[in-house]
Design a protein around this ligand. Structure first.
Ligand code: ZN
Ligand code: MN
Length: 491
């Protein structure tokens, strides 16, 4: 492999999460519905019907195009892409061809150090060569010698987005999909669930001698339904191409299908070329005129994007890349983090200086609570002000760290303010010298054997003594004070 470099482009089909289909009023998402229950004469392609464009599809596609830095055309067209297939009842797919909604675009993909052979991490710029709207086809299920057709998916709105041949490892391809999925959810335009077919990916793969700048014939891998499968399929195909080339054979432009269970690629068919599709302008739909007013309306309040926010979290809060990645994994979570930092640095006991503290509490404890309960940060009773309060109570010494951690659950369960739970349950830390001294003396009297071995030189028992004191005081003692009193009395 060292003599060769892989050249990978990804073609994705993204299902937009509109309520209805792209050209009719049928329900768009049929994941929980029986076959052929969300259909009508329009999406089944009966003669004499006319498509009506769903405005929400254009608006969601514009959001994606803007996020990908594409040029958005103020005038674009739908085209017919002709092919014959049982689950395409019209005999053509309404898509966009040369005057599509958007042109060009790119994403700067951060590749983490763990995936960099040099261990440093780097940025891979990925260009976007196609971004257009189209309708989905139906679904064919082979059952023995019978073919079953489900038209529910006909007319489901899609954006097809294609990258240039800019990715060079299977891991880079996986990172692209991870970032795309994150972006789609961040923008709220697709559920982006690969298992449910909301995000589908084909990979174009070729190899060339390292350092070359020409492109060799590529194969296209279809039918990969998870990010891991995309990675595995690409690794397998690159290995095959390297072996074939090394054996002096030519790579042919096959279409391959990934069999996930067997871990092998199977040849499907030779590839059609664009001429086979006989594209022409869709006569039943008007051009899409995206005037300034409509465009501005769509883009008003366009959010800070996940990769921008990730970089800002590192710069503004001094967070490590690892923290920034996790905290910007999801938009609600990153909003929650920022609100908690703000609450923590305001008011008594707060500190402007340490967002990392908030990050630690959030990543270690709150995130686990979120994952276990399946809730969203915005729905939590442990709101950002309460979280900040708990962290303050710990760092001002009012309560112990462990008490703070158990408070997280108590606040989430009861919805009460942390300070009032501390008061009601008497959780405040005891740092009163004489109170701790009394308990230390009790412990020493109750455990003469341990006192003897300690004095004989088994100093490792100190931790055990501290533990006994903490237990008697139900975890509320100031541990370092307890330790120094023990050291004094055991001399
Ligand atoms: Zn319909
Ligand atoms: Mn397509």
């Amino acid at each position: 492999m060292s003599d060769f470099e892989a050249v990978i482009g990804l073609e994705t089909h993204i299902q937009l999460n509109t309520a209805t289909k792209i050209f009719c009023s049928c329900k768009a998402d049929s994941w929980n519905d029986l076959p052929n229950t969300n259909i009508c004469p329009v999406c089944c392609g009966l003669p004499g019907v006319l498509p009506v464009l769903n405005r929400a599809v254009v608006e969601k596609a514009v959001l994606l195009a803007n996020a990908m830095q594409s040029d958005i055309r103020s005038l674009s067209y739908f085209d017919r892409k002709n092919y014959f297939y049982p689950d395409l009842p019209k005999g053509f797919q309404i898509s966009q061809f040369d005057q599509s909604l958007a042109k060009g675009g790119f994403i700067d993909l951060p590749i983490p150090a763990s995936l960099d052979p040099e261990g440093k991490g780097y940025v891979r710029p990925v260009s976007i060569t196609k971004l257009h709207m189209e309708e989905d086809a139906g679904k064919t299920v082979n059952q023995g010698r019978r073919r079953l057709i489900d038209f529910n998916r006909c007319g489901v709105p899609l954006v097809e987005m294609v990258t240039g041949p800019d990715l060079h490892t299977a891991d880079e391809a996986a990172q692209y999909l991870i970032r795309l999925r994150q972006l789609l959810r961040w923008l709220g335009i697709s559920e982006a669930d690969m298992e449910k077919g909301h995000l589908r990916c084909d990979a174009n793969v070729s190899i060339r001698p390292r350092g070359a700048d020409y492109l060799n014939p590529k194969t296209e891998i279809k039918n990969v339904n998870s990010i891991d499968a995309v990675r595995d399929a690409i690794v397998t195909e690159v290995d095959r191409q390297v072996r074939e080339t090394a054996a002096g054979r030519r790579i042919e432009a096959w279409t391959l299908e990934w069999d996930e269970d067997a871990g092998v690629l199977r040849k499907m068919r030779s590839k059609e070329t664009e001429a086979d599709y006989r594209y022409f302008k869709e006569p039943d739909l008007l051009p899409i005129r995206l005037d300034d007013e409509w465009r501005q309306g769509i883009l008003e309040g366009f959010p800070e994007l996940p990769l921008e926010r990730r970089r800002r979290f590192m710069e503004q809060y001094g967070l490590p890349e690892y923290d920034a990645d996790i905290l910007t994994g999801e938009r609600n979570l990153s909003d929650y983090f920022e609100a908690a930092v703000k609450a923590y640095s305001s008011g008594a006991g707060g500190s402007q200086a340490d967002p990392k503290k908030v990050s630690n509490w959030l990543m270690n404890d709150v995130l686990r609570m979120i994952n276990e309960s399946g809730t969203s940060p915005v729905q939590m009773r442990l709101n950002t002000v309460y979280l900040a309060d708990i962290i303050k109570l710990v760092y001002t010494g009012t309560i112990n760290t462990n008490t703070g951690k158990s408070l997280l659950e108590k606040v989430e369960k009861t919805g009460k303010a942390p300070a009032s739970i501390v008061q009601e349950e008497g959780l405040a830390r005891v740092s009163d010298d004489s109170a701790i001294r009394t308990v230390v003396q009790e412990v020493l009297i109750e455990n003469p054997k341990e006192v003897e071995s300690y004095k004989a030189g088994k100093v490792t028992l100190m931790g055990w003594f501290v533990g006994q004191v903490m237990r008697k005081m139900r975890g509320k003692a100031d541990a370092s004070l307890a330790r120094s009193i023990l050291e004094e009395l055991l001399k």
